[in-house]
Design a protein around this ligand. Structure first.
Ligand SMILES: NC(=O)c1ccc[n+]([C@@H]2O[C@H](COP(=O)([O-])OP(=O)(O)OC[C@H]3O[C@@H](n4cnc5c(N)ncnc54)[C@H](OP(=O)(O)O)[C@@H]3O)[C@@H](O)[C@H]2O)c1
Length: 151
């Protein structure tokens, strides 16, 4: 096990979870985040001994700094959090739309801002989405994030 730690925001399912498994398979440590602490810790335990979990809700950006306070040096940051919300034009909810925009635009950037001083300067954050990241996933799972773009 190396002394490198990768944090995967939104690592309890989907692309984030696959990246977290890949990080462990390559001998690094991983911290995954999800909204529910108990569930996130259980999923981290299932990934392996080098994985740990913390609770984080990036749709509430004011809480991010406190939630990430226990995190030490970070050698890679993957942003894969998304709230799956089918918000159709017919039944449109401005409140839910606004929450999703805050999550993606404010939450992603505030997470980077919060971790910046703990982030290895050779690392650039990777985002598994279209608007906020760069093609720099720290693991071979980056192929799954091929559509990532620059932060
Ligand atoms: N799936 C695709 O085909 C695809 C294609 C291109 C791009 N993407 C992008 O890749 C990213 C991940 O997609 P996915 O399909 O892997 O998603 P997913 O399986 O739905 O996983 C979403 C993750 O985000 C976490 N999350 C949800 N709401 C959150 C919040 N408010 N704060 C913090 N974390 C939160 C979830 O954790 P909890 O539920 O445990 O809280 C979960 O770990 C998204 O940005 C998506 O747009 C996906």
């Amino acid at each position: 096990m190396s002394d490198r730690t990768i944090i995967v925001v939104g690592g309890t399912s989907g692309i984030g979870l696959e990246i977290a498994k890949d990080v462990i398979a390559h001998g690094d440590r991983v911290i995954i985040t999800g909204r529910d602490r108990t569930r996130t810790e259980e999923i981290a335990a299932g990934i392996g001994p080098g994985a740990s979990g913390i609770a984080l809700d990036i749709s509430e950006p004011e809480t991010i700094a406190e939630a990430l306070r226990p995190v030490g040096a970070v050698h890679g940051l993957v942003l894969a959090a998304i709230e799956r919300d089918a918000n159709s034009a017919r039944d449109y909810s401005i409140e839910r739309a606004r929450r999703l925009v805050v999550l993606k635009l404010v939450g992603y950037t505030e997470t980077i801002h919060t971790l910046l001083d703990r982030l290895d300067p050779r690392t650039r954050p990777a985002s598994c989405c279209s608007a906020a990241g760069r093609r720099t996933c720290p693991t071979r799972a980056r192929r799954r994030c091929r559509r990532s773009t620059a932060a």
